[in-house]
Each structure stands twice: as C-alpha cells, then as structure tokens.
Design a protein around this ligand. Structure first.
Ligand code: PLP
Length: 280
C-alpha cells in the first residue's frame, strides 16, 4: 500500500512524520474520510467543504486547492488499486519545537493521505443484519463540529461498545440526550413516523452523510426534525439507525440490550440506505 506524505508517494511502512509534528504531540490536526464506490468519491464536495471549515476553525492554512487534493486522491486510488474503499486525509499544523501555543513562525502543514480497499458486499451484509449499540456518557470537548484527530473519548467509547458485543456507542449528554455515535450520526424514526436527528450544533460532527440523507428523506416524503432525543425515546422508537461515510445508513436493532421496534432492521432505514446507494 502507498501513502502520500507532504508531496511524496511512499510504501505505507516507510511513510513517516516528524516526532515534533503538532498532530502527533497535541492532536493539532484535522481529518476527512471519503467513501469510494466504483472509483468515485461520495459526497466529494461536502467533505471538501467541511475540510476547509475545520482548517479555518483551527486557523491552519489550507495547503492545497480542491483540485490539488483531487489529484493526489486519484493517484492514491490508482497506486492502491482502489475501486471501492476509503480515502483518509489528515492535515496538521506542521512541525515545530514543542510548545502549546502556535509556533511564531509560519509552519508548513503536514498532509498525509491514504487509501484502502473495502469489500462493499461485506458492508452490505452487515447492514442487512443491523447492529447493536450501547450508550456511554459523552466526554468530549465543546467543539465536536470540528473534525479534529482529538478522538480519545470516541476511541474509548467504541472500545466499550466492541467489548459489549455492540458495533457502536451512542454518546449521551448531561441532559440525557443522545448527541451522536462515536463515529456516526444518530437517528430515530419516532412513533409518529417522523425522522429525528440532533440539530447540527457544536455538540456533534456535521455529518456529510447526515445532510445528504436529510435531503434524500425529505425528497422521499419523510418528515425530518432536527432536535435532540433521549435514550428512552430511541429505545421506544419504531426504528433507529446511524449514518456515516463508511456505514452509509445502517439499521440499529438494539440499544443497551433493548430491541428497537421488533428487533429487526427497519424498513425506512433500509429504504434510505438503498436510496443513498442507488443515487451513486
Ligand atoms: N460523527 C462522528 C463523531 C464521526 O466521526 C463521523 C464520521 O467519521 C460522523 C459523525 C459521520 O460523518 P460523515 O457522514 O461525514 O462521515
């Protein structure tokens, strides 16, 4: 596998960054992930837009144009023979002598990109069965809308989910409301048949798949409400599901061991997944 690091394509095991890179030392870096299907980036512009916003929020100079990133992505897909899979991009503030404050002199941002192959059939099979989620307290910071690599609370929550035999952890704020999953946005179809997902404030990542699905759902005639919902509301909902660039739309069949609906993937979640994948 080949990776891109600061202008060079290298075998992944030889692709290295400096030990005083601020991404490594302070998580002073942002990232993006695109899904690739049949050689095409999904929701490409949405992810580029969020990348630019994340960089601007952290005042990291964007080192490339969209066309520049696209050239690297195309080359990585070619070198790694990826038709279906993922592209990962990380940009850090760059390398500087360790000090919390931004370096006085302008640093060159570090750009790292990788691409990997995934089997779409395996992902579809998983979605067909639906997944279990557990809930955990949301222990993250107050700017979850910025896609930074500062992911330790997400990592610990996901690990707890895996150890509990679940696929994802839904994070719950102090008011008892679900913010989102550790790496996915959270949705329910409530008893009135309304799709509910948390408003895109600073407590969640503004998922690109979330916003595409909101539009797609509205076009299909579903009512969508952007508001917080409680764990209990989710457990007694007709359906629950999660969205992300890597899982698309994946039905949730239980929350903390309580079955959602009849415990099988819901028909609306299935329809939205199909609508998303058919539009590619
Ligand atoms: N929420 C979190 C915390 C995430 O890390 C992600 C994606 O990785 C998402 C939501 C889903 O966002 P997207 O649909 O843009 O992949």
């Amino acid at each position: 596998r080949f990776a891109y690091v600061n202008g060079r394509y290298l075998p992944q095991d030889e692709a290295l960054i400096h030990i005083e890179d601020r991404g490594f030392q302070f998580a002073d870096a942002i990232y993006e992930v695109w899904s690739v299907r049949s050689g095409e980036l999904l929701d490409a512009d949405g992810h580029f837009g969020r990348l630019e916003r994340s960089l601007a929020e952290l005042r990291i100079t964007n080192p490339k144009s969209r066309a520049g990133y696209r050239l690297v992505i195309a080359e990585l897909l070619r070198r790694n023979r990826v038709r279906d899979g993922l592209v990962y991009l990380q940009v850090s503030r760059g390398r500087a002598r360790r000090d919390h404050a931004f370096p006085a002199a302008q640093t060159r941002p570090t750009v790292v990109m990788t691409a990997k192959r995934l089997d779409p059939a395996a992902a579809d099979r998983r979605a067909d069965h639906g997944v279990a989620v557990i809930t955990r307290p949301d222990q993250r910071w107050a700017r979850c809308d910025i896609k930074t690599v500062n992911l330790l609370p997400n990592v610990l929550a996901k690990q707890a989910a895996i150890e509990a035999g679940a696929a994802e952890a839904w994070l719950v704020d102090e008011a008892g409301k679900v913010t989102e999953g550790s790496s996915t946005n959270a949705w329910i179809l409530n008893a009135e048949g309304v799709l509910v997902t948390r408003q895109a404030d600073h407590a969640i990542l503004h998922g690109i798949t979330r916003s595409t699905i909101m539009n797609r759902a509205a076009a299909l005639g579903y009512r969508v409400e952007e508001r917080a919902f409680s764990v209990e509301e989710a457990q007694t909902a007709r359906e629950a599901f999660m969205t992300s660039a890597t899982t698309f739309v994946t039905a949730i069949t239980s929350i903390d061991g309580r079955p959602v609906g009849n415990g099988a993937p819901g028909s609306v979640a299935i329809a939205l997944r199909e609508a998303y994948l058919e539009s590619l």
